[in-house]
Design a protein around this ligand. Sequence first.
Ligand code: SAM
Length: 371
Amino acid sequence: MALQPVPCRENQARLFGGGDAGGGAAKIGAAAQAHFDKHGGLAIAADQVDLAAAHPKVAFDQQKALPQQVVGRQLLGRRTFALPRAQGAARMSFMENALYVVATPIGNLGDISLRALETLRGVDLVACEDTRHARQLLDHHGIKVPTLALHQHNENEAAAKLVRLLGEGRCVALVSDAGTPGVSDPGARTVAAVRAAGFRVIPLPGPSAAITALSAAGLADARFLFVGFLPAKVGARKTAIRALAPIDAALVFYEAPHRVTETVADLAELLEPQRDIVIARELTKMFEQIARMPLGEASAWLAADANHQRGEFVLVVSAPPAREGLDAESERVLVALLAELPVKQAAKLAAEITGQSKNALYARALELKGG
Ligand code: SAM
């Protein structure tokens, strides 16, 4: 599908009156914290932005407004306008009046997608975890779009601002510092608020450290559980690891360099020694390293070289070894299913029915078939 790279913001500038929807024309509340952009002319205020006063042509027209714009307006109560339907329909752009959730590189700037760049160019505003950090990425690609800080300490208020902008017919993007927003990063509350207000959320897939590590881990396990960061306190961390131990899946953790040694030591202490760990550090960066070893050897590997403890980490631990011996009921279910289904399917279904390890059931099914 050919995309028409006509940015939403430019269209709106036209619609607002010959591209003169400049920041200087907007009335900003005195107490408001505003973010201006001389190119985009968008003003985001903590309390109020009244573009309608500056541009009477865009006064709210409830009858013509799109349903979600009405919802947005109702939620916000004090908003004064939204784009009339005719203006929305006149848009030539591929951009929609929506929240675009955009994945960004986890290290290598070349990992941004063409669609992500087109989207970041086309939106009216980019909400980002750290505006200075995002600015570097945007500047690198010559993208002059205003930014709004949206982080874990202000996510609710920032999300309300985004909903308000969507109610005005704008299109906005959400990025985090690195990787996919909402994955061990802010974003989930914003997405929920935007959805609740009746607006569309459009995901743009791209880098995520967990998936990147898994793709190079080479583990044969069919399933994985994304855990993210374990608790920082020793007691809570050990409790969490104990709870994860019996789960029949590879486990994926994020960890910071100052905690990786103790986390790896706890994993080695509390999980079966037959399990492997893949230590993936500095993925996609100059000093990328991906090392696989038995869990019991991981502490020594980290200690062997100070560089092994540097950078950003994903830890992937292979699934638990197959448990020996099945109870009579599991055996009965497996035998019945094997009479009708191939080995893999029978083991999978038996695991779902009995709650036993799929690996153990699979191994037993192979024995039964062979015998
Ligand atoms: N949203 C991001 C994603 O989709 O992967 C994750 C953000 S989380 C706050 C940051 C953590 O992800 C880091 O502490 C590290 O554990 C992991 N991470 C991010 N970039 C990484 C990289 N280049 N190499 C290894 N791990 C990385």
